[in-house]
Design a binder for this molecule. Structure first.
Ligand code: URA
Length: 238
């Protein structure tokens, strides 16, 4: 892997700012190949560095899967309420670039949410052209009319203010007011707007799958790291 200055490295991975790095180094908190490092401009590979005796976290980029609980927004704006970033280690938001969510879920929506500091993955998975399949579990009001299955599948469902109809979506009715919806798009508030266009209010929305990812093993609010290299096979070392 490429070498870089220690002060840049500490800042890149969210430990401290470049100016604070000097203090960290003076306090003997950083070693390179087991030797205490003192100079902010010393160059090293991330693998050779230890901070307080620990390897650098996710030197190849960070990718994590969060089971988003209800009541959290995907923005960092405190005026909008508690943020998903409060559920993640603070250091992740100090990385440069910081971790961001791959697309967004509404405040009241729960389930699969990826976060990463790798722009190429956000691009690949959140882009409208990516057509990542997504599965949502919904509870609605009033009870379903089975004709909704064909409406969703038709490819003709038109949302207010949009010039193109929604791509065909699969609706599986599970009980009078519960269903599973599979989409390959990610338009703004898409699920709620699709149901609203047909006279239904979504009372509960849970994203159970995003591409290959699910959160069956995670409690709401829990996260786990994913092996980013697996999803960026062609990237050169940074
Ligand atoms: N569709 C919505 O309406 N809301 C979400 O949070 C996700 C998809």
């Amino acid at each position: 892997m490429q070498t870089r200055r220690l002060d840049q490295m500490l800042s890149r991975y969210g430990y401290c700012s470049r100016s604070e790095a000097r203090i960290w180094l003076r306090a003997n908190r950083v070693t390179v190949n087991g030797e205490v490092a003192k100079a902010p401009d010393q160059k090293a590979t991330p693998e050779s560095v230890r901070i307080d005796g620990n390897p650098i976290e996710c030197p190849d980029g960070l990718l994590a899967l969060l089971n988003k609980p209800a009541g959290y927004v995907c923005s960092r704006d405190a005026r909008e309420g508690p943020s998903i970033y409060e559920l993640l280690p603070k250091q992740w938001s100090c990385r440069n670039p910081p971790v961001t969510s791959v697309g967004r879920l509404d405040k009241d929506t729960t389930g699969v949410l990826l976060v990463t500091d790798e722009g190429a993955l956000v691009q690949k998975w959140a882009s409208p052209r990516g057509h990542v399949p997504k599965t949502y579990e919904v509870t609605v009001e009033p009870q379903f009319d089975p004709a909704l299955i064909d409406t969703f599948a038709s490819g003709r469902l038109q949302l207010k203010g949009e010039d193109r109809p929604c791509l065909p979506a699969r609706l599986v009715i599970i009980s009078p007011r519960e269903a599973r919806v599979e989409l390959t798009e990610g338009r703004y508030h898409q699920v709620k707007r699709m149901f609203a266009s047909q006279g239904y209010q979504v009372l509960r929305l849970h994203r159970s799958k995003f591409g290959e990812f699910h959160v069956d093993d995670l409690e709401p609010g829990q996260w786990r790291l994913l092996p980013i290299a697996h999803y960026l096979p062609f990237r050169s070392a940074k």
